[in-house]
Design a protein around this ligand. Structure first.
Ligand code: ADP
Ligand code: ADP
Ligand code: MG
Length: 657
């Protein structure tokens, strides 16, 4: 077995590979770009080598630098992860020449599967069913048009060098063909420096079902069952699961056999994936082979109890596959979702920015693979995937339930993610019954993104959490629980802002454990209890809710009964809570002191510069003046009250808003 492995990747997959290496007592070397100096994958590795600028082409795709790093650290093997150099046969060859083992297939099998066209031709010869279409060298418009007519519409144009859903178009009718072809070629040229395309019949209502395969250097090839990846956006996977709810035993068997035959046709060694497109009639066709570890490998691990990275290392070191086909069993059901920094409502556009706070689920049967932590940046340079959340259960129903739970416990503050979409999927009835195809997300998008309206229990829980934070922040000041009770006979006012911008003004009187919440003219009597951590119970209207409250500053996320509410909660009057609203209309005390005079009362009109009240403290007197013209809404102090620094004093309703 290897003693030291260089991991030529970043993010979650670099961390994932390191974990197995650690367990096997193998030293790991991380590589990093300028953008990743402080990244988790660097911090957790035994050694780390800087390989260049943030741009992938100059760092993670820079073969020279990576091989130099391997040699400099004395690594005996390189694990490429997925993406980057993982399917680059030239890199595999250069590793060999440098005397370092490339943990993956032989360059020859990579080449055989690199072009979707060549791979299809080879599969046809090996008796593996392929999608009917055109996959030859003649790329003239005349030939392509004639072939398109022969195949019929709808059809797909695909970049033969394609990957990641790029260079792909669905063509519904003959008159769309030329434009679509030009588009696909342009994209392919940009992404892969190769504008060769193939044409394929579009399989209607298709399901993407792939098989994990594994080969060793002793001629053994096995499969580790399927993964269904039909839930996609822009031809890219969002949710994966195994077993597929669509397959019957016979189809599964036939597909497994075909997958093994496909791998054998290229003398495949190490981990690979055979992707099939499956029609509504369960006919299946080879689409492509990914000659690497797949993003969604955790669901295979969770249901087979095997460590695929360990298998990769053993096979690369020359060992035999640890199990034969009939020893590989699948138990339980697993589902993985990919948490992306992206704006689903804006066409799934990737989002960049800082992850202020991230909460990832920890419940039973839940696995999280991530490479980020609080404060990390999602930059333009790399894939915007934040984490993979995998749940497993004894059957599909249990896994779905755990997925809902896990997603309710997940929160990312600071940037937009696809979390609402993932939650929508996990709760959709068609997902629950397994009735979906690759068009599901697009078709159901509106439903999937529908969010629940803010409800009184959700607000009550957020308020309870907020009040207890206030208590903690102000112990020993007039703003203790009793303090805000006393000096705030007028209560506290909060503003809740929903996702769609609608606002609710709330009034709260009472104390942290029992308060009256007035919302839209309705008063709710709430009793609240902190269960520890992020958990609360709130009781109102005779119902007790167990609620999870997460927040970052004013951004709240409240979850209960498998519903999740995201909203902003601001209290203009929370001292030091960082949620102070406009000081012009909500003047606060500039210092701790005593109120020695109050010049206004609710209802009074005030002009800018008009004295409102006088404070005395720190051996000086201070007059608080109005900064805007308006009328006094509320006073939060009376003559001779003691006030803390930042304590709210007055609420002015400005004349012009
Ligand atoms: P899968 O079928 O496993 O989803 P994809 O081809 O979609 O595989 O790519 C796997 C992941 O790697 C995706 O998150 C993708 O964005 C990323 N990826 C693909 N190619 C590259 C690359 N050349 N460099 C960096 N990341 C890549
Ligand atoms: P990539 O290399 O980008 O992963 P694939 O060939 O694997 O490209 O196709 C990606 C996705 O496009 C599939 O998962 C499927 O949703 C869709 N797709 C591909 N080929 C077909 C087809 N012939 N009919 C219907 N959908 C297809
Ligand atoms: Mg694919």
């Amino acid at each position: 077995m290897f003693k030291k492995i260089l991991i030529a990747n970043r993010g979650e997959i670099a961390c994932r590979i390191r974990r197995t290496c650690n367990r096997l007592g193998i030293t790991t070397v991380a590589v990093y770009s300028d953008a990743d100096r402080h990244a988790l994958h660097v911090q957790t590795a035994d050694e780390a080598v800087y390989i260049g600028p943030a741009k992938a082409a100059e760092s993670y795709l820079n073969m020279e630098r990576i091989l130099a790093a391997a040699q400099q650290t004395g690594a005996d093997a390189v694990h490429p992860g997925y993406g980057f150099l993982s399917e680059n046969s030239e890199f595999a060859r250069r590793c060999k020449r440098a005397g370092v083992v490339f943990i993956g297939p032989s360059p020859e099998s990579m080449d055989a599967m690199a072009s979707k066209s060549a791979a299809k031709a080879l599969m046809e010869k090996s008796g593996v069913p392929v999608v009917p279409g055109y996959h030859s060298d003649d790329q003239s418009l005349r030939t392509l048009e004639a072939e398109a007519k022969r195949i019929g519409f709808p059809l797909m144009i695909k970049a033969t060098a394609g990957g990641g859903g790029k260079g792909m178009r669905v063509v519904r009718a003959a008159q769309e063909f030329q434009d679509a072809l030009a588009g696909a070629k342009r994209e392919a040229k940009n992404a892969f420096a190769d504008d060769c395309v193939l044409l394929e019949k579009y399989i209607p209502q298709p399901r993407h079902i792939e098989f994990q395969v594994f080969g060793d250097r002793h001629g053994n090839v096995v499969h580790l069952f399927e993964r269904e990846c039909s839930l996609q956006r822009r031809f890219q996977k969002v949710v994966e699961e195994t077993p597929s709810p669509f397959l019957d035993e016979r189809t599964r068997q036939n597909m497994g056999d075909a997958a093994v035959a496909a791998a054998k046709a290229v003398n495949y060694v190490n981990a690979g994936t055979i992707e099939f497109i499956v029609g509504a009639d369960k006919s299946f066709h080879f689409m492509e082979m990914n000659t690497r570890l797949q993003v969604e490998h955790p669901i295979t691990e969770e249901t087979t109890g095997l460590d695929l990275v360990e298998w990769q290392l053993r096979v690369a070191a020359g060992g035999k596959l640890p199990l034969s086909q009939n020893q590989i069993r699948q138990h339980a059901h697993a589902i993985e979702v990919r948490l992306y920094a992206e704006n689903v409502e804006k066409g799934f556009l990737p989002v960049t920015g800082r992850i202020e706070t991230i909460h990832l689920p920890q419940g039973e049967g839940t696995r999280v693979d991530t490479g980020v932590r609080d404060g990390d940046e999602i930059s333009i340079h790399y894939d915007p995937m934040i984490a993979k959340i995998t749940v497993s259960g004894k059957d599909r129903a249990e896994a779905v339930k755990r997925l809902q739970q896990a997603l309710a416990e997940t929160a990312v503050f600071g940037l937009t993610t696809n979390l609402p979409l993932l939650r929508g999927i996990a709760k959709h009835s068609d997902f629950a019954t397994g009735r979906f195809d690759t068009g599901f997300i697009e078709r159901a998008l509106k439903d999937l993104l529908a969010r629940p309206r803010l409800s009184a229990p959700a607000i009550a829980a957020a308020v309870a959490d907020e009040l207890s934070a206030l208590d903690r922040a102000t112990t020993g000041t007039p703003w203790t629980a009793d303090g805000w009770h006393l000096s705030g006979q007028h209560g506290l006012r909060f503003l809740a802002r929903e996702h769609d911008g609608s606002e609710h003004v709330l009034h709260v009187t009472g104390n942290t454990r029992a308060f009256t919440l007035t919302l839209g003219g309705m008063a709710h009597e709430v009793s609240a209890e902190h269960l520890g951590g992020t958990a609360w119970t709130v009781a109102l209207e005779g119902k007790v809710h167990v609620v999870e409250v997460l927040h970052h500053g004013a951004e709240m996320q409240v979850a209960f009964d498998t519903q999740t509410y995201d909203f902003g909660l601001t209290s203009p009057y929370a001292p030091g809570a960082g949620r102070v609203a406009d000081e012009a209309t909500h003047p606060v005390s500039p210092m701790p002191g005593r109120v020695v005079a109050v010049h206004v009362k609710p209802g009074d009109k005030v002009e800018p510069g008009q004295p409102l009240l006088v404070l005395e403290g720190m051996k000086m007197e201070y007059t608080v003046k109005a900064a805007v013209a308006g009328s006094i809404q509320e006073l939060f102090c009376a003559e001779s009250d003691m006030v803390e620094a930042e304590a709210p004093l007055v609420d002015i309703k400005p004349d012009k808003d």
